[in-house]
Write a protein that binds this ligand. Structure first.
Ligand code: OOG
Ligand code: NI
Length: 493
């Protein structure tokens, strides 16, 4: 794993973290201009976050301990949809310049969305705290269109478009060749890369083809019908999504009916998301004589998310089970009409999910940073504690760690979930495509094919969280050990 490139400045090159931050600010400015309602959403989220931090001092302290407080205002993710393997492979190289790497594989076909996806993001805590910007990136699965003539027309339209500027490609190649970009080139890169994500009102295809593609699936028209993969939403992070959901309605921002993800809890887990509905936008379709005719398209929206602790495989299995249970009990896809009933069923199902951090830790349901509490060691000088803090971290089991926490020698802080959820993502896709007819995609999940298109393997998010947790334990034990070594002998007995 190449951590160095995301954290270190060398040879006068600008750090990837810095380029990522500059890019995410430029992208946010562009989107605020393109979609003014997004600006209103940002104001609302900032208001709610400020009020929440003032009210909840425990939460404020927790975010200070994990380094998330300064990143809160810059926290956002975006999403794009790509049409071909070549586009995806070049996008991977573009994001690498900004220290963003593909993490996770999401198959949306079972949820009637003909794409598979990954998330480009920074990998380690230090880089994430510098700039948590990430992009949910989907690749259209044309293999799921069974009308052959239509598939061929879609392929032809996609092969005719060039979504990256020559300057962006040249700078990506320069980055790969030299190992970095200087200040002037980094600034040029940010501007050149931004072009790919821009909205284009004039479409390169005819109204008829657009309509045929849209009849297959609106998402296909959204990808094939445009010059480039316009950013379709940007998502700020809120500390209280229920307050934002309510505030949206009050401020005239039409919210989606259901908050995706887990129900409200004391200790937030994974990710909760809601959005405002996609705008109806006027576009110009290209006619055979090269002139344009007016039409409409809707794809771009705003989204809000609240992030909680990352779950272990065991915790995730429990999450998936309880979510499926609530959906089964509802007996339908959650929507406007059954929203209240669904939220009730969801809360009932999740009463089986422990809701305090100590239990989530002790039952190994979630990932935590361990932090040393030297004052605690001052109080506790038992042989057992000394033996535990001086042992090899690999030999400590969950009970040993729980004991050190209860003794007040270690503190735990939740490791925030940095990724996405396929069922939630499908809900976000669908609500914004106004696509509620289920499509029965027969194609099976195909991670290998996705990685082949990407030109690289995706990182395993669980391995990244495990690493973060393990590293924090090693560092904590080292700190405690050096504390005992510095302590005068008399205090030890
Ligand atoms: C992506 C939808 C998924 C999320 O936050 O889960 C997503 C898209 O609409 O392209 O952004
Ligand atoms: Ni999103």
């Amino acid at each position: 794993m190449t951590r160095e490139s995301t954290t270190t400045a060398h040879n006068g090159f600008v750090r990837s973290d810095t380029i990522r931050h500059a890019f995410s600010v430029a992208m946010s400015d562009m989107y605020q201009n393109e979609v003014p309602l997004y600006q209103d959403l940002l104001t609302l989220v900032a208001d709610v976050n400020k009020a929440t931090l003032e009210k909840d001092t425990l939460l404020a302290a927790q975010l200070a301990h994990t380094g998330e407080l300064p990143r809160l205002d810059m926290e956002r993710h975006g999403a794009i949809r790509l049409g071909t393997a070549n586009e995806l492979a070049m996008m991977r190289r573009l994001f690498a310049v900004m220290g963003m790497h593909p993490v996770g594989y999401y198959d949306l076909a079972p949820a009637s969305v003909p794409v598979h996806s990954t998330a480009f993001r920074a990998l380690d805590s230090a880089s994430l705290n510098q700039s948590p910007f990430r992009v949910f990136t989907s690749l259209l699965r044309l293999d799921l269109i069974d009308d052959e003539a239509l598939r061929a027309a879609a392929e032809e339209a996609l092969s005719a478009r060039h979504i990256f500027t020559d300057e962006a490609i040249a700078l990506i190649e320069q980055f790969e060749r030299d190992g970095g970009l200087g200040a002037a080139d980094s600034a040029r890169f940010v501007q050149a890369a931004l072009e790919t994500f821009r909205w284009h009102k004039d479409t390169p295809i005819s109204k008829t083809l657009y309509q045929q593609l849209s009849d297959q699936h609106r998402l296909i028209a959204d990808v094939v019908g445009f010059k480039g993969p316009h950013i379709n939403h940007l998502t700020p992070r809120t500390l209280d999504i229920d307050a934002v959901q309510q505030g949206m309605a009050e401020r005239g921002i039409p919210p989606k009916a259901i908050i995706e993800g887990p129900p409200p809890r004391h200790c937030p887990i994974l990710l909760r998301q809601t959005s405002f509905k996609a705008l109806q936008e006027s576009v110009n379709f290209r006619k055979a004589d090269g002139t344009y005719e007016a039409g409409e398209h809707s794809a771009r929206f705003g989204e809000i998310e609240q992030r909680g602790v990352a779950l272990t495989a065991k915790g995730r299995a429990l999450y998936d089970e309880l979510l499926a249970q609530a959906r089964n009990d509802l007996g339908a896809t959650p929507n406007e009409d059954n929203a209240a009933k669904y939220m009730k069923l969801l809360s009932a199902a999740f009463s089986a999910f422990p809701d305090d951090y100590q239990t989530l830790h002790d039952e190994a349901l979630a990932y935590f940073y361990y932090q040393p509490v030297c004052d605690g060691l001052e109080q506790d000088t038992s042989e057992r504690t000394l033996a535990l803090i001086t042992s090899d971290p690999k030999t400590l089991n969950q009970d040993d760690l729980s004991q050190l926490i209860r003794q007040g020698v270690l503190r735990i802080e939740p490791i925030v979930y940095e990724d996405f959820l396929p069922v939630s993502a499908a809900g976000i896709f669908q609500s914004n495509l106004q696509e509620d007819k289920p499509s029965d995609y027969a194609g099976t999940s195909n991670k290998d094919e996705f990685e082949q298109a990407l030109g690289a393997a995706v990182y395993d998010e669980m391995a990244l969280y495990t690493d973060m947790q393990r590293q924090s334990l090693t560092q904590s034990l080292q700190a405690l050990q050096s504390f005992t070594q510095r302590r005068p002998k008399t205090e030890l007995s």
